[in-house]
Design a binder for this molecule. Structure first.
Ligand code: URA
Length: 211
């Protein structure tokens, strides 16, 4: 970690680019020492769901329960997320869920720009390997990191965006509020309901069935 950030980001990009499958990417992350959060986290928290899924959900960073189980969205936010998905006929057998950050930030503090920068090449490669037909950004951190927008989540949600992969792919995306925010501000669930209906309409167009 005495290595400067730009070098660590470059190394992350080279390592991620060499991965030919999601399993290889997970193994490469487990061996990667370029993110300081690894030192305080209990374990790597990579992804959950179906690697054949056409819908990808991207959150922010693991919390305490995710750190214990090594799986994204298994704590209180995850339980709310599962209920949200259920409302539009989705469950973990039909989606792929991951985070921008792969190790729990101490005390659940927000990830720094440096931590996001060093984890991002792995997320970009994950998207290329999964090739989802649609991405739902769960919260502002994920949307800002990948769409390179400066607006907050309130401005980004409810609008269609396209994520462009380095290999030329174009993936339609939507942005919604993070369930941790909804747990504090439950009235905003009504906006998420609208976002979920938009997602369901997209999935219907793509022929993705309900569970
Ligand atoms: N919040 C997130 O953004 N991701 C998780 O995995 C858990 C909580």
């Amino acid at each position: 970690l005495l290595v400067p950030e730009s070098r660590r980001v470059g190394t992350a990009r080279e390592i991620a680019a060499a991965c030919r499958s999601l399993d290889e990417l997970q193994a490469a992350l487990a061996a990667f020492d370029g993110c300081a959060l690894k030192e305080t986290a209990k374990q790597l928290c990579f992804a959950d769901g179906n690697p054949e899924a056409r819908v990808m959900l991207i959150g922010e960073a693991p919390g305490a329960e995710e750190d214990r189980q090594g799986k994204p969205f298994v704590g209180p936010s995850g339980q709310l997320l599962d209920r949200m998905l259920d409302q539009i006929g989705l469950d973990r057998s039909r989606v792929w869920i991951t985070n921008v950050i792969y190790w729990r930030p101490p005390g659940n503090r927000p990830p720094t720009t440096g931590e996001i920068a060093v984890c991002l090449p792995f997320l970009e490669r994950q998207i290329e390997l999964l090739k989802p037909a649609c991405i739902l950004f769960v919260g502002g951190i994920a949307a800002k990191a990948l769409l390179q927008r400066s607006e907050g989540v309130t401005k980004l949600r409810g609008r269609p965006f396209t994520y462009r992969t380095a290999d030329g792919g174009q993936i339609p995306c939507l942005v919604t509020f993070h369930p941790a925010y909804l747990l504090r501000q439950p009235l905003n669930k009504r906006y998420v309901w609208r976002d979920l209906l938009q997602l369901r309409a997209r999935l219907d167009d793509m022929g993705v069935a309900c569970a």
